[in-house]
Design a protein around this ligand. Sequence first.
Ligand code: ADP
Ligand code: MG
Length: 251
Amino acid sequence: MNQLEIKNLNVSVAGNEILKDFELTLPKGEVHAIMGPNGTGKSTLAKALAGHPDYEITSGEILLDGESILEMEPDERARAGLFMAFQYPSEIPGVSIANFIRAALQARLAEGEEMEATAFYRRLYEKMDMLKIDRKFTSRSVNEGFSGGEKKRNEILQMAMLEPKFAVLDETDSGLDIDALKVVSEGVNALRGEGLGILVITHYQRLLNYIVPDKVHVMWDGRIVQSGDKDLALKLEEKGYDWVKTELAPA
Ligand code: ADP
Ligand code: MG
């Protein structure tokens, strides 16, 4: 209970086994980082959690506050409290950020229930103030012509408004410029707290200079090969991923 538990998870993509008996427990209130070389299965983990149909879970379990999400569609997982942020969000021309978020919130309500506009905007502006986002921002079309930093700002605002129980941010490769990096880390730091567990997936140690994680997990070949505190990320930075391959990888 009160945690996201991934137990013995095996995931195949296009007939190849990518995640191998993957285990992770993320309690609410904590920020965990997963680091690892490219091709090790980090994004596969995120997509399997999201319920992407191409990522076949062949065995294992994913429990959100004790309840299995394996049979849930992606939107049901979101309603159950899982928030996923991917690196390349879609553009939705003609739909403002405010309306997009409102529709996302509305979709979670029971049939016939209406979200009141004033209450929505009150909450939206509250979250924007907390995240130091300019009010003009919400009238722009979702991701259209956005800089990397603006895409991230939109994503973090969505996360703040949806108030998930668990958030997974896949920040894989070089797509994050320094501006985007700061937006993500300031957002995560503003939102971290008791009711939320955050999993930050990253290839680069530098993101963790801004987001200080409670735990760091090093991934290699579809599984976690070492876990530790924030110092593990520094060690990894210093020793490089070859160290993982030669010393941490199971024989
Ligand atoms: P990471 O995020 O750690 O860089 P990925 O999870 O993206 O790693 O990829 C892990 C492995 O799974 C790679 O060998 C990759 O080629 C393969 N893979 C991931 N997604 C797909 C896909 N949609 N189709 C085929 N192979 C895939
Ligand atoms: Mg990736």
